[in-house]
Design a protein. Structure first.
Ligand SMILES: Nc1ncnc2c1ncn2[C@@H]1O[C@H](COP(=O)(O)OP(=O)(O)O)[C@@H](O)[C@H]1O
Ligand SMILES: [Mg+2]
Length: 397
């Protein structure tokens, strides 16, 4: 492990540390800049002080993303990305990259990180959400003045921007056959172009992928078995580079939680231990980094660790799995949490009373709750509340 003297980030190898300082560490960069123009920067307020975010760099409608400085990556993957970028950016090779891994393992973020690292305009399209051919390849409209007009999609704009990074998320969930066929040609290194009616009629040319464009597709590990089999075979063939992502090891997860939330070491560690233990069960339960971050945020807001788990990852599981998860949770409780868990009572209270008038006696709580449903009903509508202006609600009364 290496530590960045600027921001304190720990990174697996010296090579990644160097990359981090050069590309990702905001502190290292701002210090370098400060050194350049020391006198000026001391007297002038920074853009941030005015509450303005630094301006984003745009190429056409595409943004050059900034790197997530807290993104953690294994040395193997970092090195592989280095090799691919040498091929694409230095040798002008056509290299489609697939990023494959379980949900929430950082695939989408990795594509964006790569774009940030290349300082390249970035576009991300979702194969699951974008269904129509128009959304992918653009559409045409006819106007009296201009005749046939082609409305470029963001996807085509990105493909036609030299040096762009274009991500296709969840590729194997793509349903539209004609989009699949079009993509196949665009991905094919010997073609890199496709004739699409809309653009052909308006501009008389095919869509052509510009030089140094890097196309990155993500898909969930295992989804080739549940998705569209023919698509999988054809399209997966177009990706000679395949990066296998997995959830980071426990210590890296702890570091991610500590950097991205205000969780302290102990909290972060216990959350990650819980996730590791779930993964070690006979029928493993996978917890995504997205969920871990959410749990850490809830604990930081004062949630009991059980509630933090319940209201994020446990609630959506079937009862049998919930039981297993709760049993595993017992193993990470502190003595205080165990005590609190044993003694705390859940009471049902009228919404109106909020937390101020906590009803400790369940009988009273029951009575109050009953009273509330009877009294309140539609009466509030007459008081000029939000329902008053709603004619349907009014009639219902
Ligand atoms: N290696 C990592 N380092 C830091 N944060 C990560 C990492 N992997 C995932 N995350 C965070 O977890 C969340 C989910 O990641 P995402 O890239 O959307 O996963 P996927 O596309 O695999 O479902 C994001 O908030 C992301 O920033
Ligand atoms: Mg994703």
């Amino acid at each position: 492990m290496e530590t960045c003297e600027n921001c304190g980030a720990t990174l697996p190898t010296q090579a990644i540390l160097d990359m981090h300082k050069k590309e990702f560490c905001e502190k290292a960069q701002s210090e370098a800049k400060a050194k350049e123009g020391q006198k000026k920067s001391k007297t002038k307020p920074k853009a941030k002080a005015n509450g303005k975010k630094p301006e984003r760099e745009m190429i056409g409608r595409l943004e050059i993303p900034t790197a997530d400085p807290y993104y953690m990556i294994s040395s193997e993957v970092a090195e592989e990305i280095g090799r691919i970028l040498t091929l694409v950016d230095e040798e002008g090779a056509i290299e489609n990259v697939a990023v494959i891994g379980p949900r929430g393992s950082g695939k989408t973020s990795l594509a964006k990180q790569i774009a940030a690292m290349r300082k390249s305009p970035y576009h991300s399209a979702s194969a699951y959400l974008q269904r129509s051919s128009d959304e992918w390849f653009g559409s045409e409209t006819i106007s009296l003045a201009e005749g046939m007009v082609y409305n470029k999609s963001m996807f085509v704009e990105a493909l036609e921007t030299p040096g762009a990074t274009v991500a296709i998320q969840d590729l194997l969930l793509m349903q539209n056959k004609s989009v699949q066929n079009g993509l196949n040609d665009l991905l094919d290194p010997s073609m890199r172009s496709v004739w699409v009616d809309a653009i052909a009629r308006a501009l008389g040319r095919p869509i052509r992928v510009a030089p140094n464009v890097l196309i990155i597709a993500t898909w969930n590990a295992g989804s080739s078995y549940t998705g569209n089999i023919t698509l999988a075979a054809n399209i997966m063939d177009r990706f000679p580079n395949r990066i296998m992502m997995d959830y980071p090891p426990e210590e890296a997860q702890v570091a991610i939680l500590m950097r991205k939330t205000s969780a302290d070491y102990n909290t972060a560690l216990r959350i990650c231990q819980f996730s590791s233990r779930l993964r070690q069960l006979e029928e493993p339960i996978e917890v995504s980094i997205r969920s871990l971050l959410q749990i850490a945020k809830k604990v930081e807001l004062g949630a009991h660790i059980k509630d933090a788990m319940m209201f994020t990852i446990i609630a959506s599981e079937e009862p049998r799995v919930q039981t297993k998860m709760l049993a595993t949770l017992e193993t990470i409780y502190t003595p205080e949490e165990k005590q609190e868990e044993r003694t705390r009572k859940v009471v049902w209270e009228a919404w109106e009373d909020g937390g101020e008038d906590m009803v400790k006696d369940p009988e009273v709580a029951k009575a109050k709750a009953g009273k509330m449903t009877r009294d309140v009903e539609w009466d509030q509508a007459e008081e000029g509340g939000q329902f008053a202006s709603n004619p349907t609600r009014g009639n219902a009364k």
